[in-house]
Each structure stands twice: as C-alpha cells, then as structure tokens.
Design a protein around this ligand. Structure first.
Ligand code: PLP
Length: 474
C-alpha cells in the first residue's frame, strides 16, 4: 500500500510578481530542504494539491515537473510522486535563496535510480572510482592471509611496520617520494590524515588556508577542529601563491590535480609556494588523492620531495582501489609524525589491522601495481572518449578521474537539468566554492561510469552544449 500523502501547509500569493508555478516550486524545495518533507514521503496528487491551493492543475504539474528535473522528487510507477532519497549534504546552507541553482540535490544511490526514459542513469559526477574490475583472486588471497593472523591487542598508531615499509617503496616508485618507513603513518584515508594533522598542529582559532574552489570535506574537517577557514583562490594551474597570507597554520592544496578544476601546479609556482611556507612557517598539506592516474604529461614528483620538513603528504586508496577499504597514508618528517602519533593515541584513533594486513599483501605481491596499470588504461579510454566528444571545452584533463567544462553562469543550471532529464547526472563547480562562486561550469567525473556510459553521456552532453561554447568559459 502506498503511504498516505503528506498534508502540506502551503500557500501561494496571487499578488506576488513571481508566477504561481515558481512560487510553488520554491515552497516545495524549502519544505524538503528544511525537513518538513522527508525523503520517501508521498506528495499529494496534482489534482488534490491544485484543489487545496485553488490553482489550476497545470500550475502544480509544472512545479512537480521542474522539481523532478532537478532531482528533488521522483515518480514511482502507478503510485504517485515522492520526495527523492536525497543526500542533503549537497544542499549548501539552509538559508540559500529559493530557486537558486546552487546546492542542487543529488539522489544518494544514483545507481539504483532510473532515467526518465526508464534506462539506467549515467552518473558523470566526480568522487567515486571504478571498483568492479578488480582481480578477485588477488583480493581473496590478501584477505585470507589477513585472516590467518590473530587479532592484535595493541594497535600501533603509526601502522603496521611491514605496511609502512611497503608504502614507502610504493610511493618512491609511483610518486618519486623520497620517504622511508620512518616517514610514513598508515591512516584510514585523506580525511583521517587531515583531521589528525589539524588536531596536532592547529589551536582553536588558527587560520587554515584551503583552495577555493576546493575539497569541501577539507573545509568541514578543519572547521570541526576549530580552524578559521581562509579561502585561497586558484586559477587554471592551481593555487595562486602570490598573495597567500603570512599567518596561516597550514595550507591544504591539491597540486597534482586541483580539485575540482583540474590544474597541475607548475614547477616555478611549486618553488614559490615552498618559499612562502618556509618564510611564514605554515605547513603545506599536499593531497595527492588521484595522482596515480596521469595522461599525456610527464610526471611531476610530489611537492613533499622538495621540502620534507614543510610539506605533509596525504594519500589514499580511496581512488586507486576503493573508498571501502579505509586505508591511506600520511607522510611527514619523523618529528611531526611522532607528534601526530601522540595525538592519535590520545584520540584512540587507528586503522584496522586486518585491512592493513590485506593491503600489505596487495602491495608486496605487486597486485596493487597491476590494478593501477589496468585502471590507468581504462580511465585513459574514458577520458579520451570525453575529450573526443567535447573537444577543446575540456580542461583539467591531465590527471585523475574528472575534467572540467567552463560555461557562462546562466547556462549551467539549465544544462544540468536538461542532462538530468536525459538520464545524465552532472556536478557543477559552484558547490565547491567556499564563498560566492567565482567561476562556473561542469565537473565531469568518469570514475563510476563504464566506457560505454561515458561515451553515451558525452554524446548527450555535446549535443546539449552545442557548437562553439568554449567562449565565456570564465
Ligand atoms: C580531493 C579529494 N581528496 C581525497 C579524497 C579521498 O578521501 P578519503 O581518503 O578520506 O576517502 C577525495 C574523495 O572524494 C577527494 O575528492
């Protein structure tokens, strides 16, 4: 039995200069955003709501259609209209002006949803890697060997010595990082590493620089540790170094592949960044989240190698293997690592032993290397398909699992909606900004869609973009 529709305390104002459809859409969005309407709740039928508000049924139908296109609500065959299963963390502030395109909702489990034509959705949002093509035999072997060992009773805050050793070798080979095991701590991922570092080196009220636009979770983590967030502008090459404040405790940055714009910090700017860090005493926190995947460009070694005292390198298996494993690393000078380890003990924070054992096996047997080589080829194909379809509009495509397409602001919202109506989910640059967005466009991820889906999605997008939209990109 479908649930009884909710009774909505809604009203529209006939004297207002805004159309009744827009008003109704705004009220419904506000009700969902504010929690009056909850995911899974059934909306009244268009006929019932039209009668309640004394408006024509077309007004309600059009408002529902708009909300459907934006992803706030979904239809279930033959049983009415429901509030979609939303990831509310994508919403931005609750006080966001009604009707704004910022903070567009996203269904939590896009994989389970269907496109309006009944086909599967093509999820071209960034953030998730491809986890289906793994070597099953290697995976089972790694976990079997982990299970052969008895559970430990005294977890080491630095991580398993064998894994620290294997990671040091891996980082030297893949990223040119001049680190030994004494520099490596095994974390649960980038977020965990950043959190531990912030808890160690920042005092409440200290200023922490973050790239703007940049990784939203970095801002959340630093803020939760009491830091005052200082947005630091970026351009197409990465963070702007000239003009960085001299009073930052740390600067969080993504030099290998700026998140989300995709720039690669040039050597000269890297040198200036480190000169700034030495002068000001700030730590540079290098998030190397997807640098294993690089296309058509020579590798630039990690910043860490240029100044191991001033830089803290954070890495993760979340992109190269899966976010489900919960293993990453923090690389720093031994003195700083000791301080982070003390924080970790104080917080009773640790990386699970069996996961560390399994990753050790994957690294030592070369299984992770083989997986990376396979995935590099696969991602290179998907990236090539995107570039072939979208041409010179694509930027930020030299590394990682996402690219960017700059657009004039007024085109972004309608384009996202039109793509969604055709079953293609897209992300926009504006939600990655700390303050008002300074640039606009799409962030297109190819981690979690198959090559065929990327091709199909890119073809739809190319048609929607039309010819010659490279202008007005910024
Ligand atoms: C910029 C950036 N850094 C790091 C990560 C990975 O974080 P974690 O290792 O905590 O899963 C992500 C994943 O979404 C990311 O987008």
């Amino acid at each position: 039995m479908p649930p009884i529709p909710v009774d909505l305390p809604l009203a529209v104002d006939r004297a207002a200069p805004v159309s009744l459809t827009v008003q109704l859409g705004d009220r419904l969005r506000a009700a969902i955003r504010g929690g009056t309407l909850k995911p899974g709740e059934r909306l009244p039928s268009t006929r019932a709501l039209a009668r309640q508000l004394a408006v024509s049924r077309t007004v309600v139908t059009e408002a529902y259609q708009q909300l459907y296109a934006e992803g706030w609500i979904e239809g279930r065959h033959g049983s009415g209209t429901y509030v979609a299963d939303l990831d509310l963390s994508w919403h931005g502030p609750a006080a966001e002006p009604a009707g704004a395109t910022r903070g567009r909702p996203v269904t939590r489990r896009a994989g389970a949803a269907t496109a309006p034509d009944g086909g599967p959705l093509i999820d071209l949002r960034p953030g998730r890697p491809w986890v289906r093509d793994y070597d099953e035999a290697a995976w089972r072997r790694a976990w079997r060997q982990a299970a052969d060992l008895p559970p430990g009773d005294d977890p080491d805050p630095y991580g398993l010595p064998r894994l620290r050793e294997a990671l040091a070798v891996h980082l030297r080979r893949t990223r040119g990082v001049p680190a030994g095991p004494e520099n490596v701590m095994v974390t649960r991922g980038t977020g965990n590493g950043l959190d531990l570092l912030a808890a160690t080196v920042l005092r409440s009220g200290d200023r922490a620089g973050v790239e703007d636009p940049g990784w939203r979770r970095a801002r959340t983590i630093l803020r939760a540790r009491g830091a005052a967030i200082v947005p630091c502008p970026v351009d197409a090459d990465g963070v702007l170094v000239d003009g960085l404040p001299e009073d930052l405790g740390l600067l969080y940055t993504t030099p290998a592949h700026q998140y989300p714009l995709g720039g690669r910090l040039p050597i000269a700017r890297r040198e200036r960044l480190l000169a700034w860090a030495r002068r000001s005493g700030a730590f540079v926190v290098e998030d190397d989240y997807d640098a294993e995947f690089r296309y058509d460009v020579a590798p630039l070694p990690a910043l860490y190698g240029l100044d191991p005292d001033q830089v803290v390198l954070l890495g993760t298996l979340s992109k190269s293997l899966s976010p489900d494993i919960g293993v990453g690393w923090l690389v720093a000078s031994p003195g700083l690592l000791d301080a982070v380890a003390r924080t970790r003990e104080d917080l009773t924070d640790r990386t699970g032993g069996p996961a560390q054992q399994a990753v050790t096996v994957l690294l030592e047997r070369g299984d992770l290397d083989r997986h990376l080589r396979r995935m590099r080829l696969e991602y290179a194909r998907r990236r090539a398909a995107l570039v072939a379809a979208l041409g010179s509009r694509v930027t930020g495509d030299t590394a990682g699992l996402h690219v960017m397409v700059g657009l004039p602001e007024h085109r972004v919202g309608p384009l996202v909606e039109a793509a969604r109506a055709r079953g293609v989910l897209l992300d926009t640059t504006d939600r990655h900004h700390h303050g008002p967005p300074g640039r606009h466009g799409l962030v297109i991820g190819y981690g979690s869609a198959s090559l065929a889906q990327v091709r199909a999605g890119a073809a739809i997008l190319a048609r929607l973009l039309g010819p010659g939209l490279a202008d007005g990109a910024e």
